[in-house]
Write a protein that binds this ligand. Structure first.
Ligand code: SF4
Ligand code: SF4
Length: 737
């Protein structure tokens, strides 16, 4: 019997390792074929901590409590049950085998049995979740819509097989006197009690059967994992280790070609601008595609997907992966890419199981040449992997990146593809042409005159200090960056006026640049026009560096009411050698309240207010508390919307979507306004001029339809604060500390 065990067990293992090794090598070579990229190994200490917290602590997964706990136990099941496999292989050679030193410990025996049962409970939980979330029934509302559900069920079945074979093997070991644990392994003892009545001979045979099945299931599992989306079991820790630190939100990365930053003043002849082919992605991008678990957390949070657009961040990643894998023979082999321009890709997509026609058009599964030869971006007619409607629906809100448990960098990939479309193909929504022209010629998206930049300050009963020299006077603490919306949009003007008043009351010494400001470049950059971004950013950095000339770090302070300016000036301008300490006005105002330089007097019956988190303040820069504290300080009663904080719903303006028509599905701003109206509050507070425009538009539409109370208003947090500060009497003397 021992010889049979040994030959079958080792034979199967060697055969499996050969197949597994070939696949691992193929994957390694394919991902290595991606473009080089730097900065993925810097700060080893922080990366190790992330590995501990995200991989071993499963922090991101645990944000969703029930599936998180189920995954936590499944993950730790894989870790702890390695010890059972060590025992299983040991028993192939010696039926009395025990792991040296710890092999008879009742603690280990208990732990193995406990975790095996926890895994069993977890896969039952997963199964219930999958039934409740069945895409066939729930359609787009299911986070698994478009995922390979058959493969997921197979994996659950394989895990179940691991568990029952484990107890068959261990239970018979107990009965045959070969089990290494005298106590602790409570569930194995229970299995033994069930198997004992079968008799000694049968238990002898069943021990060998259980052992070989246990090993065989694991080997089959290994092959299935390596050839399926469950590849993430092995590569997710690598992807997390190579993630953008601290996360792939906030600033966009500088454009690189061949691993080197592109010099926009003198670009190299061979430089590739953005991603026009799958092989233009970096190895990290390719690793992202291979790592996706198809869990659909990103899809469930995506404002585009949730309002009926064709974009799902999950399907973008899955489509890129299918295409990458199909193109692999041409990328890492000697084969030339065949011409399949005459192939009807749509016909191939039709009827191919559970494809997603809403995702531009049906996904083309499989890995044949017809998949490999598709253009990266293209309409249904051209058979593109990513439909232009998918590419341009993204608001860069970051909800996908925030939720992804394996740190996939969706926003970077989408913007990189936009970059190629804009700068090389000149293919973009027509409305963006107007935006680009206005930015280039007038320095603002509205195409307004530069001379009108200070109009917002007209009528204030104090003079707004404006920079007259090139350099800030020594006693000035803050440069108040107004931004284009603050300068030209009527609603946003109210925000900057309120902020200026508050700074004035608090005696903050600040100046504004007036017509020295130009658009920070955010809409150009996020729509893929990096040339234009570089031009605008260079111009601003020159002005700002001159303004802060001679000031040491810590005294180069900027305050702004716009989260896009906040993000771009503070976190993107360092890429162009512009280093400033930028704060959002809600942060500064909150500090002024704490320092008692502003004294809000709450109304006796404060209004009910809900707060909308701007994506570029919240998720991209993690400023959640200061605006909420200000709402509280003003005396308003805060009622949160169901989607708030890091799961807040976008207003629909980011990623230059503010400047594009929204032709497909429900308008994102209406979806958000409906949620705000449902809270029953009388005001929607926010901290972003673009959110304010979108929410005001949405509210106006709903009021016209009669579905919103006419008294509901959209306000900036600064206005709430100003009202409550003005209740205090007397007003603190100007300039008081
Ligand atoms: S950034 Fe926002 S809109 Fe874009 S894919 Fe991710 S979740 Fe969707
Ligand atoms: S959240 Fe991440 S792993 Fe899950 S489907 Fe989206 S991209 Fe894939």
């Amino acid at each position: 019997m021992m010889a049979v065990r040994l030959v079958i067990g080792l034979g199967l293992t060697i055969l499996t390792l050969v197949f597994a090794g070939r696949r691992v090598w193929w994957l390694y070579t394919l991902i290595r074929s991606g473009q080089p990229t730097g900065g993925r190994t810097a700060d080893v200490g922080a990366r190790l901590r992330t590995q501990l917290v995200e991989v071993f602590g499963q922090r991101r997964l645990l944000r969703w409590t029930i599936p998180g706990l189920a995954h936590f136990f499944t993950f730790w099941g894989f870790v702890v049950l390695i010890t059972v496999y060590i025992e299983a292989y040991g028993v192939l050679f010696d039926e009395q085998f025990a792991i040296p030193l710890i092999g008879h410990s009742p603690v280990l025996g208990f732990l193995q049995d406990f975790i095996a049962l926890a895994v069993l409970a977890s896969i039952i939980t997963f199964a219930v979740m999958r039934v409740r979330q069945a895409p066939e029934r729930r359609q787009r509302a299911s986070r698994f819509y478009g995922s390979h559900t058959g493969g997921a069920w197979l994996i659950l079945f394989m895990i179940f097989n691991v568990i029952w074979t484990l107890f068959l093997f261990r239970g018979t070991e107990v009965n045959n006197g070969t089990f290494p644990y005298r106590s602790g392994a409570f569930a194995s003892d229970g299995a033994a009690a069930l198997l004992a009545p079968l008799g000694a001979g049968t238990n002898q045979i069943l021990e060998t059967v259980g052992l070989l099945l246990h090993i065989g299931v694991m080997l089959a599992f290994l092959i299935i994992v390596l050839y399926s989306k469950h590849l993430h079991i092995f590569i997710a820790p690598i992807n997390v280790a190579a993630k953008r630190m601290p996360k792939a939100l906030g600033p966009l990365l500088p454009m690189e070609s061949g691993g080197k930053e592109i010099d926009f003043e003198d670009p190299g002849e061979d430089d590739v601008f953005g991603r026009g082919k799958i092989e233009d992605f970096t190895w990290k991008g390719m690793l992202d595609f291979a790592t996706c678990t198809e869990c659909g957390r990103c899809q469930s949070q995506c404002p585009a997907w949730n309002t009926g657009k064709p974009l799902s961040p999950k399907l973008v990643i899955m489509d890129l992966r299918d295409h990458l894998f199909a193109k692999a023979p041409y990328l890492i082999g000697d084969q030339a890419v065949p011409d399949h321009s005459d192939v009807d890709v749509l016909a191939l997509a039709a009827g191919n199981g559970h494809h997603v026609p809403e995702s531009g058009f049906g996904r083309v599964p499989g890995s044949g040449p017809e998949q490999a030869t598709r253009p990266l971006v293209g309409t249904a007619e051209t058979g593109g992997v990513i439909d232009p409607d998918v590419l341009w629906s993204c608001t860069t809100c970051g909800a996908c990146v925030e939720q992804c448990p394996v740190d996939i960098e969706h926003v970077d990939h989408i913007v990189d593809m936009r970059r190629y479309q804009v700068m090389i193909e000149a293919e973009f929504p027509t409305e963006l042409g107007t935006l680009f022209r206005n930015l280039e010629n007038k320095g603002n998206p509205w195409g307004q005159n530069q001379s009108a930049r200070m109009d917002w300050a007209k009528g204030l009963d104090f003079k707004v200090p404006q920079l007259t020299d090139e350099t800030l006077p020594a006693d000035v603490e803050y440069l108040f960056w107004i931004g284009c919306a603050g300068a030209y949009d009527d609603n946003a003007k109210r925000t900057v006026r309120a902020t200026a008043e508050l700074l004035h009351i608090a005696g903050v010494n600040y100046v504004v640049l007036g017509d020295g400001e130009t658009c920070n470049g955010d809409p150009a950059r996020r729509s893929g026009n990096e040339f234009l971004f570089q031009m605008l950013a260079q111009q601003n950095v020159e002005v700002l560096n001159m303004a802060f000339e001679g000031r040491e770090p810590g005294r180069r302070k900027i305050v702004t009411t716009c989260p896009h300016c906040f993000n771009t000036l503070g976190r993107e301008y360092p890429q162009l050698d512009g280093h400033y300490e930028v704060v959002h006005h809600t942060q500064l105002l909150n500090q002024l309240v704490r320092d008692k330089r502003l004294v809000p007097v709450p109304a006796a019956d404060g209004p009910a207010v809900t707060y909308h988190d701007p994506c570029y303040l919240g998720r991209h820069n993690e400023v959640y508390s200061p605006p909420r504290e200000l709402v509280g300080a003003s005396g308003a009663q805060l009622t949160e919307m169901p989607r708030h904080g890091d799961r807040s719903m976008c207003c629909g303006a980011g990623g230059a979507r503010m400047w594009m028509e929204e032709r497909i599905g429900k308008r994102v701003n209406l979806d958000r306004v409906d949620e705000a109206i449902a809270t029953g509050t009388s005001a929607i507070a926010t901290g972003c001029p673009f959110c304010r425009v979108m929410l005001t538009d949405g509210l106006t539409t709903r009021e016209a339809e009669g579905t919103a109370a006419n008294q509901t208003e959209v306000l900036d947090v600064a206005q709430l604060l100003l009202t409550s500060v003005k209740r205090s009497a007397p007003t603190p003397p100007i300039g008081s500390e």
